[in-house]
Design a protein around this ligand. Structure first.
Ligand SMILES: NC(=O)c1ccc[n+]([C@@H]2O[C@H](COP(=O)([O-])OP(=O)(O)OC[C@H]3O[C@@H](n4cnc5c(N)ncnc54)[C@H](OP(=O)(O)O)[C@@H]3O)[C@@H](O)[C@H]2O)c1
Length: 315
């Protein structure tokens, strides 16, 4: 078991706890506790960090104090992540490693092979979180969730979850899963209202892991973010990440391959945003805020705040 430290705050009745990670003096991390998993609130995203760049980024992150790394078979960098992990000197059990099975591999036999191959490429005997990367309507969900459970029972992963599942599908996945799902990794940042998903994750005791937390970089040009950053004497990315991790049950996995920015993104545990700043940032949500729009995306939930009232409903 990882040595994740002591409980310091009980944030809410559903037992999402803030935990400290006294692993690195300069970067006390916190974790979201979700259905038995302790997920460090801040991790390194690695999409598009491949080969030597990937090794360097993961190594820089681990040296800076990160204890959560997000990869996927699709990113073609599991070997690089494993190489950095092996070389960094941080005990394996202190690092939370997530990988994902691609949506073309969701039949039971394919899933099994894919999960085994990911773990082998990482050079470890299990990951900490195994996710279904995207749903696939052509494969019965029962079969995929069965295979996900099988991977955990066989010790390939400590915990299981999903990614990019809208609320109704998440509810079905939870109902079909004998072992608890601990997270839905989905796009979440100030331009995208995820109120419904936050409520669903809370209902299921799950964490929402924010992917594309900086909107793949888009949010960094926002004038409101820039103004709040100036007020707090912080970097823009730090304001966005703080807004995310200050919300109960939310973790974030910003990607950077720049050691300075990697360090910057972790330095978000020593300040707080007041309620007014939190609300100003939440108000940035917009109908076209989503950045991740691959052809295979499911039908997304629409935020209530973004429904325009139909003319017939007007007084
Ligand atoms: N489950 C899924 O389907 C899914 C989908 C998308 C992403 N993800 C995961 O989420 C991770 C993050 O998402 P993302 O990679 O799309 O985008 P992101 O983390 O929202 O933004 C990354 C971009 O911001 C830049 N950046 C990072 N920190 C910065 C800072 N402090 N100041 C200025 N620029 C900064 C990076 O450039 P530099 O590298 O040059 O710093 C990069 O261009 C991915 O890497 C992946 O692990 C998962």
């Amino acid at each position: 078991m990882p040595h994740y430290g002591t409980v310091i705050t009980n944030l809410e009745s559903r037992k999402i706890l803030a935990m400290t990670f006294p692993l690195h003096a300069s970067a006390p991390l916190q974790a979201v506790a979700a259905n038995g998993a302790l997920i460090p609130r801040l991790g390194l995203g690695t999409w598009q960090s491949t080969h030597d760049e990937g090794v360097r980024a993961v190594r820089a992150a681990l040296d800076a104090g990160y204890r959560h790394i997000d990869t996927a078979a699709r990113y073609e960098n599991e070997q690089a992540v494993g190489q950095a992990l092996a070389a960094c000197g941080v005990p394996r059990n202190d690092v939370f490693i997530t990988t994902k099975v691609w949506h073309t591999e969701l039949r039971a036999a394919d899933f099994r092979r894919a999960a085994e191959a990911s773990v082998a490429r990482l050079g470890i005997d299990h990951v900490d979180l195994l996710l279904v990367h995207w749903p696939n309507p052509e494969v019965p969900l029962e079969e995929t969730i069965g295979a996900l459970n099988d991977a955990q029972r066989r010790g390939l992963t400590r915990h299981i979850g999903v990614s990019n599942f809208p609320v109704a599908l998440l509810d079905r996945a939870v109902a079909l899963s004998p072992l608890p799902l601990v997270a839905n990794q989905c796009e979440y940042h100030p331009y995208l209202d995820q109120t419904k998903m936050l409520a669903a994750c809370s209902r299921h005791g799950m964490a929402l892991i924010s992917h594309s937390p900086l909107g793949s970089g888009k949010l960094l040009a926002d004038p409101v973010i820039a103004e709040i950053a100036r007020q707090h004497d912080k970097q823009r990315a730090q304001i966005i990440l703080r807004w995310l991790i200050q919300q109960p049950g939310v973790a974030a996995i910003p990607k950077s391959s720049n050691p300075v920015r990697i360090g910057e993104n972790l330095a978000v545990f020593d300040f707080e945003l007041d309620a007014a700043s939190m609300a100003r940032i939440s108000a940035l949500a917009r109908a076209d805020g989503r950045v991740s729009k691959p052809a295979w995306h499911p039908e997304w939930d629409i935020a209530d705040t973004l429904h325009t009232p139909s003319p017939a409903a007007q007084p």
